[in-house]
Design a binder for this molecule. Structure first.
Ligand code: PHE
Length: 351
């Protein structure tokens, strides 16, 4: 067989094998068979140029190169054809439309209570309050005794406490703080002299039945301002300004007298009920009162001022404790506080 007809035979064989190759791995097998560096059959024919008689060498070399190039081109062509066929099969056989746009990524956002918290802290920050923090697992001497609620004081019942079971000298002293007020004592204790102007954000815990406005975990912001000549009107001014920033001009605010052992006098501040507008005897949110209480406040009790080592004949102060979830309820007209921690993304993604 002449060298040239051997070339032609190989070419036909290779093209037929290529046309029959069903997938990418068959193509790779084909490449190794014909173009493998060691024993590839096309490789061998090219290498054989040196054995061809000199008179035929030029013609043989040219044909061999032409066959090599044709086969290389055919390999690429077959590879592309297989790829197209696979794509077509995907879109028709499996009902998957590869031309459809992708699904948009879901972008996370801040929890509505976190947003409300940050807006509150910003408003107080603009009025000169700095942020301090205290522990969520607290000692009873800060949570209760330090704010004038000794053991057996009936006011301890105002907060149904979740205690930590560790006994110290046979008694439980550690608890999940029921309010942020222990930080009044903590901040004063580490501040050698007035002025004090802080807000203390944080989670608090109460063992109580939940309803539309009560959760067993809640977020508070404690405010404390202590200096010479601080007055009740300063407290009202700060809280008015804060409510204006949180709720706008249109909401009504009311102060009621109230009792907390650590302030004298004490007040509660409420906002008009956005659900019933004061007309709903049966309203679940305001319980028919027309008002939703959002904070307790008052003038810091002189005993607490004295315990801090300040002279209570000169130094006075005010304190407040805001329920942040209540503020969020009012801002967005949410009917049930339990939504906040039910972890339903359909609820949370609205804010
Ligand atoms: N600590 C009180 C509560 O949790 C709120 C409060 C704070 C009242 C500061 C007066 C002054 O109910």
């Amino acid at each position: 067989m002449s060298n040239v007809s051997a070339l032609e035979g190989l070419r036909e064989e290779a093209l037929a094998a290529l046309a029959a190759a069903p997938d990418e791995s068959a193509l790779e097998q084909w490449r190794i068979t014909f173009f493998g560096r060691q024993d590839g059959r096309v490789t061998a024919l090219l290498r054989a140029i040196k054995d061809v008689p000199a008179s035929e060498r030029a013609a043989y070399g040219a044909s061999a190169n032409a066959v090599k190039q044709e086969l290389e081109g055919a390999l690429e062509g077959r590879r592309e054809a297989l790829k197209q066929a696979a794509l077509r099969a995907l879109s028709t056989e499996s009902a998957l439309d590869v031309t459809l746009p992708g699904r948009p990524q879901v972008i996370g956002r801040l929890h509505p209570v976190t947003q409300t918290m940050r807006d509150c802290l910003k408003a107080f920050g603009d009025m000169g309050f700095r942020v301090a923090e205290g522990p969520e697992v607290e000692w009873d001497r800060y949570n209760f005794d330090g704010v004038r609620i000794p053991e057996d004081h009936p006011a301890r019942d105002m907060w149904d406490t979740i205690w930590v079971n560790t006994l110290i000298d046979g008694k439980r002293h550690m608890l999940l703080r029921t309010h942020t007020s222990p930080n009044q004592v903590r901040v004063l204790e580490r501040t050698p002299a007035p002025p004090v102007r802080v807000v203390v954000p944080g989670k608090c815990y109460r063992q109580e039945a939940t309803d539309a406005t009560h959760e067993w975990m809640l977020t508070q912001i404690e405010g404390l301002a202590v200096d010479e000549g601080v007055r009740m009107s300063d407290l009202k001014g700060v809280l008015y300004e804060w409510s204006r920033q949180m709720f706008g001009q249109d909401r009504k605010i009311i102060f009621h007298h109230s009792y907390f052992p650590f302030v004298e006098p004490g007040v509660e501040m409420a906002i008009d009920c956005f659900i019933c507008r004061g007309n709903g005897k049966e309203c679940r949110t305001c319980h028919g009162t027309g008002w939703i209480e959002i904070l307790g406040a008052g003038m810091v009790h002189p005993e607490i001022i004295e315990t801090a080592g300040y002279d209570s004949s000169k130094v006075t102060g005010f304190a407040f404790g805001i329920g942040v979830e209540r503020v969020a309820l009012l801002r967005w007209g949410i009917e049930d506080i339990r939504n906040f921690y039910a972890n339903d993304i359909r609820f949370l993604s609205q804010f």
